[in-house]
Design a protein around this ligand. Structure first.
Ligand SMILES: NC(=O)c1ccc[n+]([C@@H]2O[C@H](COP(=O)([O-])OP(=O)(O)OC[C@H]3O[C@@H](n4cnc5c(N)ncnc54)[C@H](OP(=O)(O)O)[C@@H]3O)[C@@H](O)[C@H]2O)c1
Length: 274
């Protein structure tokens, strides 16, 4: 039995679609807060919340492999939630956890979510459960969120400096996860998941035939505050752009190509379909 947390999210649903090509629906358990969100996929559904250890214990009964998709909560709350998942997996004697974290995590990273990923990796390692870590660079699919209406305006302001990002397709990650969950040979392995090349935001703008200017972080903070986004998300995004400028997402590795047994989607290809 393979269980997936965050199963109704973008990465979770995409992974289940790939898994359904490789295993029977009865072998897949979607772990979600709201079962109604899984009506479009024919798999078992169990209800659990990362904040509720008992619910996670009930959801992981009889599970052999767990795909632990990183939580959306950040900071201490995110660490508590992700640790709850690991605790329940240990209590239910799950045999293997596949965890999606951050590329080349470091305690010194600017990006907050990296610290969370590192804490969860450590919790999994100290649980003694067999693990596979897929450490992801930034998704290509978040580019439209970064850009707002920049394409229409022909100009993009973003506080990314000259930092490079090895943007990676979330769909490719989903396919790689499905492979890892259904193949042997990935036990106790760490994969650094990136696109095939890293690009500055100026490179990205050029590929879209628009111009780019670096701006101070305050530009992003003001825009997000004006959109009434939560303070927690604003500080996470600021830590992310600090991380981009410090090239924390610039690593390019071949692990994704190895897991897919083909070239990953190129960033140029993705942008040409925007
Ligand atoms: N590398 C990147 O560029 C990047 C970008 C964005 C996010 N991420 C990380 O990658 C993960 C997967 O990405 P995604 O695009 O699939 O994110 P997503 O679509 O936002 O999905 C997040 C999932 O987490 C679930 N969740 C949130 N709080 C929960 C809780 N307390 N208990 C149980 N489930 C909870 C959500 O369920 P509900 O529907 O119930 O809220 C949803 O299924 C994210 O969670 C985040 O950690 C990475």
């Amino acid at each position: 039995m393979i269980a997936i947390t965050g199963a109704n999210g973008n990465l979770g649903k995409a992974t289940i679609r790939f898994l359904l090509k490789k295993t029977k629906p009865g072998n897949i358990i979607a772990v979600v807060r709201d079962p109604a969100t899984m009506h479009d996929l024919n798999v078992q559904v169990r209800k659990a919340d990362y904040e509720n250890l008992d619910s996670l214990n009930a959801a992981f009964k009889g599970v052999d492999k767990l795909l632990q998709i990183s939580a959306t909560s950040m900071g201490e709350g995110g660490i508590r939630q992700e640790t709850n998942v690991v605790r329940a997996a240990l209590q239910q004697e799950v045999k293997h956890i596949v965890y999606t974290g951050s590329i080349k995590p470091s305690a010194l990273a600017n990006f907050y979510a990296t610290h969370q990923a590192l804490a969860t990796e450590r919790a999994i390692l100290s649980s003694g459960i067999t693990y596979t870590f897929l450490r992801n660079s930034l998704y290509m699919e978040i580019i439209p969120l970064f850009m707002g209406n920049a394409i229409e305006r022909g100009h993009w302001e973003y506080p990314a400096g000259n930092g490079k990002v090895s943007f990676v397709s979330r769909l490719d990650i989903a396919e790689a996860l499905a492979n890892v969950l259904t193949e042997k040979g990935h036990e106790n392995k760490i994969y650094e998941i990136s696109g095939g090349k890293a690009y500055t935001f100026a490179d990205t703008a050029r590929l879209l035939n628009i111009s780019y200017s670096d701006v101070p972080n305050a530009y992003l903070e003001k825009g997000m505050a004006a959109a009434h986004l939560p303070e927690e998300l604003i500080s996470c995004m600021v830590s992310m752009v600090d991380g981009i400028r410090a090239n924390e997402f610039a690593y390019v590795e071949k692990d994704l190509e190895y897991l897919l047994r083909r070239r990953p989607l190129s960033f140029e290809n993705y942008l040409s379909n925007l």
